[in-house]
Design a protein around this ligand. Sequence first.
Ligand SMILES: Cc1cc2nc3c(=O)[nH]c(=O)nc-3n(C[C@H](O)[C@H](O)[C@H](O)COP(=O)(O)OP(=O)(O)OC[C@H]3O[C@@H](n4cnc5c(N)ncnc54)[C@H](O)[C@@H]3O)c2cc1C
Length: 507
Amino acid sequence: MIKKSLQRCSKWITMAILPVCMILGCNLKTDSKSFLEVSKLDGGVAKVGKNELVALKRSIKGELLTSKDSSYSTAVEIWNRKRHPLNPALLVKCSNEEDVVKTLKFVESKGLLLSIKGGGHNSAGFSLNDNGVVLDLSLMDGIEVNPETKTAIAGPGVRWGKLDEATQRFGLATTGAIISDVGIGGYTLGGGLGWLHRSLGSASDNLVSARIVIANGDVLEVDAENNSDLYWAIRGGGGNFGVVTSFTYRLHDVGPKLVAGLVFYSMDDVDSVIDFYRDYIKDIPDDLGTWLLFRKAPISSALPKDIHGKPVVAISITYNGSLEDGQKYTAPLRNIVEPLADLVKPRLYTEWQSSLDGAWGNGYHNIWKGHYFMEITDSMIAVLKDKVALGSPFSDIKIQHLGGKFAEMPEAATAFGNRNANFGLVIQTRWLDDANTEYQEQWTDDVFNELKRYTTGNVYVNFMDNEGEKRVRDAYPKKTMERLGKIKSKYDPGNLFRKNQNIKPKE
Ligand SMILES: Cc1cc2nc3c(=O)[nH]c(=O)nc-3n(C[C@H](O)[C@H](O)[C@H](O)COP(=O)(O)OP(=O)(O)OC[C@H]3O[C@@H](n4cnc5c(N)ncnc54)[C@H](O)[C@@H]3O)c2cc1C
């Protein structure tokens, strides 16, 4: 009897939904149930009716995908998927701002778990979640460059390679990530360091304005005059405050050719190289950007075969000025000791921006952890030398020289703090084989912990793993954190945007 009435009921539901689907031309794919189970913010599970999904799908211009769709597996492909193989119940590919508003209203009204996916390069995998909703911005990838005002408006699905390409058509650029596939969204909102941060400031320092959809679905213009608290917060405070639907950047004259590249030295010479480097950077112009790389030499046709896999230290150079001056500043690097490879040359800025792409694609396990520090000491270098020898051939420890225009921005002017640190450091552990995971996790912790005593105790949000609340506090000066908490309460009191380096609303 009960079975019969259930059968009748499910037949009725199917009959009710099918015509809706047919009328709407919708091919929403879920399993045979009349609802989809979706994780909620409070830890529970919501049963979202198929008819509600059909209505959402019908109302947006973009796409709504479930695990039954053939394009789902491509849509959940993120840079660090091997380490974070998460599968959302629903993925909404928004194609415009209205889609974002509708999706947020839908998610908010049901209290669903939400992730925001820009370029999908966050190493902690925040752009996905298990069984919740992902708001995917990849279709919103328009770019408009205005050479008169030297600004560019870019959609949140744009990657750095595309933005560089578009701005360089006019000989312009702004600070971008050093790998071209990184999304502008997470990168800029977290702060944005690159080859050019000493010359031009961080990417967020060059964010002139933005449009943002907050948790309740309101669309806000954000700049120095409008919603200035939010303008302050999104320049370093990450994706905590809403979904940014367009970024307007200030551009600068860059290239098209500049002197840039890497000089590689044997790790056996690291002491001489660092002795030189410490003096060298004391007196360089803001337009000269340098990073240090400690790693095993990658298998690359640009490097002699006999050094592949051997521990090396490299100095990267980017001179944002004349080629003559660039050559002049670079010359001393060739005389420290005999380099293993000298790849510094005049080259197109766009080529330099993508020159390391080959080593940093998808398909690996990755853990990123960071520090800031004031000086490079001999004992710190001894730690790096020891650790590189024991590390994966794909891993890298990078040190960014800060200062320059980045340090000129007053600490309180934006949420991107720690401007007084002289150096940033990121441990980029990377390996292929699942069987190595335990070893590589331990290696990362060892490097991180052994370096701790040399650091300021702070960290840059874009160079963090999912390390918990206390470590998020380390990313911001105390006053900045307090202000971020208040702004979070104002714009996202329910902490809808929590799949990130989360700033909790402050009561
Ligand atoms: C290979 C590689 C190279 C990198 N190089 C650099 C570098 O040179 N300098 C540097 O500073 N960092 C660098 N990073 C770190 C990078 O800045 C962060 O991983 C950043 O989060 C990537 O942004 P995304 O949009 O691709 O990430 P996603 O994973 O898509 O997003 C990460 C988070 O950002 C937020 N978010 C993204 N877009 C939006 C939006 N439109 N609105 C609201 N919130 C949003 C969300 O909270 C989301 O969870 C690199 C990372 C990788 C993997």
